[in-house]
Design a protein around this ligand. Structure first.
Ligand code: PLP
Length: 450
């Protein structure tokens, strides 16, 4: 090459810009034929579902197979039905067929490789790391490809930093992932059935909003009991600030600060798992939402960020070799993650008057009205911002699952959270959701409760 290569010249080459326009216009044309259709041809879907069951060795939870075309909060399935998607692959999607992410994906395909890895990385990997470090004010960032791996790497940092210490503190009903070590911490026996025991975990009660002072006192008592029983044996504490799988239970700043105070006195580092909450509260990091980020030693993120990450303080820097992987993430995930974070920041999603809180409050207020009208059928809502849930039928899992499937048939996708009471939760498509989508979801919920 005679001239010095400048990637921006390539990305801004008018042929690439025109090609993007052509792709986007074509997709818009297909989207314009997108009609709201609930009933669908069940025979084609059944065939696809049977095939999925054979391939996976188990059936899918929902009769959901995407056609590959969506329109913001909605997605077209292969049977021709359209769903209002308020669960988004449990928080992994930002919306369906979004132009901003399509453009980011095209930019990623222009890069020389499909995946990025620890040995060879592109510039955008470092820009994403810089963005995560500057917004969290952590010192370092390790990219990876799943929330579970981000937590695995976080745990490694904790144990590596405290050789000989074998125990971890965690909240009751927490979820950290399903690898062999994380299934041990995740507080659900079913998820570790038949697996060998790996880490010694001691569980402490989570905050109970119905009795804030009493529940905080109880948690402190339990922590002190463990610290007495196992002195100097804790490598760290793992905290989820809003329990994603555990029922959308939400803590408060005082509760977390009280625990942090004890941990600091005992020199026990704190890991906050933000895999589900990332980008969904009043701040990019839920640790900032609760105003405790300055005291946190490790933050793990995933889902909405597409590429996952472990952010950590420099005193936890590991020896070379402890943490590495072939893949840090796909080039597309890294590019899209970068664009999603910037979109949320630039489009005023954060702050007490930011869109996350405003959309969440609107949905919350309408769910409250249903609970008021039908107190024997609905209680709640729970959660905040882009994470909201309600308890139907006193949380009876059989009835809740029936309602979840009725919602699906009627065109709204949610998912369950918690065990007993079991709730129905929603993770809003923050790159697309409108008040109109929320009103439509409420209509479907009311209709499905009948
Ligand atoms: C709080 C939390 N931590 C960790 C994970 C694991 O993430 P992944 O499924 O990407 O491995 C999840 C996934 O649901 C989660 O909600």
């Amino acid at each position: 090459m005679k001239e010095k290569f400048n990637k921006n010249n390539l990305l801004n080459d008018e042929r690439i810009i025109k090609a993007k326009e052509l792709i986007n216009d074509t997709i818009k044309e297909y989207q314009s034929k997108f009609v709201n259709k609930i009933n669908a041809s069940s025979s084609s879907m059944k065939k696809n579902l049977d095939q999925a069951k054979t391939l996976r060795g188990g059936r899918l939870f929902f009769p959901y197979i995407s056609s590959g075309l969506g329109n913001g909060s909605k997605v077209l399935l292969t049977d021709g039905s359209i769903k209002l998607d308020f669960i988004n692959g449990i928080g992994a999607h930002f919306g369906h067929s979004l132009e901003i992410l399509r453009n980011a994906s095209i930019d990623a395909t222009i890069e020389d490789t499909i995946m990025q890895g620890n040995l060879q990385q592109n510039e955008r990997s470092f820009e994403l790391m810089k963005l995560l470090i500057s917004t969290s004010k952590m010192d370092h960032c390790i990219l990876t490809s799943s929330g579970a791996m981000a937590n695995e790497n976080g745990l490694k940092l904790l144990f590596h930093h405290a050789p000989g210490k074998q125990r971890i503190l965690a909240f009751e009903d927490c979820f950290m992932g399903r690898s062999i070590s994380l299934a041990q911490i995740t507080d659900k026996a079913k998820y570790r059935q038949g697996l060998p025991s790996t880490i010694d975990v001691d569980y402490i009660p989570f905050f109970d909003w119905r009795s804030p002072k009493k529940s905080t006192q109880k948690t402190i008592q339990v922590i002190h009991r463990y610290l007495k029983r196992y002195p100097y044996q804790y490598a760290g504490i793992c905290m989820e600030l809003i329990q994603g799988e555990g029922g959308y239970n939400i803590g408060n700043t005082e509760f977390f600060k009280t625990i942090i105070h004890i941990m600091k006195n005992e020199k026990i580092p704190i890991l906050v798992d933000e895999v589900q909450t990332f980008g969904r509260t009043s701040e990019l990091f839920s640790s900032s939402h609760f105003n405790i980020i300055q005291d946190i030693d490790i933050i793990t993120i995933g889902k909405l960020s597409q590429a996952c990450a472990t952010l950590y303080r420099k005193n936890l820097t590991p020896e070379p070799g402890l943490i590495s992987q072939t893949y840090t993430s796909s080039t597309t995930a890294i590019e899209c993650g970068y664009q999603i974070i910037n979109y949320l920041i630039q489009n005023h999603h954060f702050g007490q008057k930011g869109k996350n809180i405003v959309f969440g409050n609107y949905f919350n207020s309408l769910l409250k009205k249903i609970a008021k009208k039908k107190p024997n059928k609905v209680s709640g809502p729970y959660g905040i911002g882009g994470m909201l849930a309600f308890t139907p039928y006193n949380g009876d899992p059989v009835k809740v699952n029936h309602l979840l499937m009725r919602l699906f048939q009627n065109g709204l996708m949610g998912f369950t959270t918690g065990s007993y009471p079991q709730r129905i939760r929603f993770l809003l498509p923050l790159g697309a959701v409108t008040n109109h989508d929320i009103e439509e979801a409420i209509q479907i919920i009311e209709h499905s409760l009948k």
